[in-house]
Design a protein around this ligand. Structure first.
Ligand SMILES: [Zn+2]
Length: 157
């Protein structure tokens, strides 16, 4: 099978929360797409409940795009410790951290039920499995710990 960079990462060596640049891919016309590991909780120590990850996913889809250009997609890891973020170009990690921090501040401090987009059976694949309460709690946990710009050391927090 193909080697996947994320599977070669030593998940016992990282110090969450952090943003890590996984790599840059180039298309046939030279366009760059950067893949980030956005880690909210310490791997194999704790994970977010599914409903929290799901609601954070829905909220970040809009909040992040409002705060930084070039977002292609932000999707949860199956392990529920964070998200993959795909972006056009080669954004700097500190800029991604700033946009994420602003988004999580909104979730933790200001978000109300009507802020969560696409929570109907028409718009979502599991619309019952949402928790804004839990999303706010986990956003607060990540903010209190601070998002490092280095996966292996606490930098900038
Ligand atoms: Zn959904």
């Amino acid at each position: 099978m193909a080697e996947i960079e994320s599977f070669t990462l030593d998940h016992t060596a990282v110090l969450a929360p952090y943003v890590r640049r996984i790599g840059v891919e180039r298309g046939p016309h030279g366009d760059a797409i950067t893949n980030f590991d956005v880690r909210f909780t310490q791997p194999n120590v704790r994970e977010m409940p599914t409903a929290a990850v799901h609601t954070i996913e829905h909220l970040l889809a809009g909040l992040l795009r409002d705060r930084i250009d070039g977002v292609i997609d932000i999707s949860p890891f199956g392990c529920r410790t964070g998200f993959h973020l795909l972006m056009w170009g080669e954004p700097a990690v500190p800029d991604v951290v700033a946009a994420l921090t602003g988004s999580l501040r909104f979730i933790a401090d200001d978000a109300v039920e009507t802020d969560v987009p696409a929570v109907s059976a028409v718009e979502c694949g599991n619309y019952r499995d949402h928790s804004l309460h839990s999303a706010r709690e986990w956003a607060r946990v990540v903010l209190d710990e601070g998002i490092s710009t280095d996966a292996f050391a606490r930098v900038g927090v």
